[in-house]
Each structure stands twice: as C-alpha cells, then as structure tokens.
Design a protein around this ligand. Structure first.
Ligand SMILES: [Zn+2]
Length: 165
C-alpha cells in the first residue's frame, strides 16, 4: 500500500493514498508525520499547510495581544491620575485596586477601634459579612472582592487601603 515518491510527485493516473480515489492527480503531502501521495481533496489535510495556517493565526493573536497590552497601559495610566472611586463607582467594572500589603490588619484594627463586630460593620456597610471577613483575612483578591466594597470600608472607617505608589 505504501508508495514512495521518487521525486516528481505529480504523475497522472495515480491513486490517492488517503481516500483511495484512482486515476487522479496526486500531490505529495505530510499527514500526521507520514509522506503520502493524495488527491487534491485530501491535500487539505496537509499538516504543513495547517502548521502555516496556525502560525499565521498565532501572529495575528500576538498582534492583538500587543494591542491589548498597549490599551491596558493607557488605561492604567489614566486610572492612576484620576481621583479613583470618588467619581462614581462603575459597577460593571468593579475592579479591586492595588491594596496595601497589610490591608487586612488595617481593616481589623480600624473596625475594632470603632467598636464594631464583623457582622455589625457588614450590616452598616450593606456588604456581605463574608466579604468583610475576606478583607480582614487578606483574601480580597481570592474572594473576588470589588473595588466598591473596599471603597465603602475605607470611607466608613476613615482608612486608606489602596496602594497609591
Ligand atoms: Zn483523496
């Protein structure tokens, strides 16, 4: 069954080694690592062609990624300059800002200093007790807390949890 091309490749009257069509013009393609003589229909399975396609897709993705990174950089610069959160919280994009490293301790101490139990403060701020607990346990990122939760805690307790550096 296996037939080895001696070079040429386009002998008329060959049969396709993939679909078995006889009397067709075949061409030499690389399928799953094997060199086969196939008809033009089956030539679409050519791994070499697929690889070229993928690499051009990848280039396209790289271009898009680079563009996205540029956009993100511009966005970050804009946000750093703006007076964050005061200008109306955007709940569609309630991103957690960069927090200071010991924000958990700052929140806990401020809450206790203000004489609130965890649940009391959560009620006062109209946030989930679990969210407040996550903040006090340093799990703000893992818990997926929004910037609005942080802003509410900051405002109520008169503390700053955002790393402005
Ligand atoms: Zn074929």
């Amino acid at each position: 069954m296996a037939k080895y091309s001696t070079g040429g490749g386009l002998d008329s009257g060959d049969s396709c080694e993939l679909c078995g069509a006889a009397g067709v013009e075949t061409q030499s393609v690389n399928v799953a690592g094997a060199q086969l003589e196939v008809c033009s229909d089956c030539a679409q399975h050519d791994d070499t062609a697929k690889r070229d396609q993928q690499s051009s897709d990848r280039n396209e993705q790289d271009r898009k990624r680079t563009a996205a990174q540029n956009t993100a950089r511009v966005f970050d610069a804009t946000r750093t300059d703006s007076t964050h959160w005061e200008s109306g919280a955007d709940y569609d994009d309630d991103q957690l800002p960069y927090l200071i490293s010991d924000y958990d301790e700052v929140v806990t101490e401020a809450r206790q200093g203000a004489g609130y139990q965890l649940g009391e403060l959560a009620d006062e701020l109209d946030i989930d007790e679990g969210e407040l607990l996550a903040l006090e346990q340093g799990r703000a990122i893992q818990a997926g807390l929004g910037g609005s939760v942080v802003a509410a805690v900051e405002e109520f307790l008169g503390i700053s949890l955002v790393d402005d550096d």
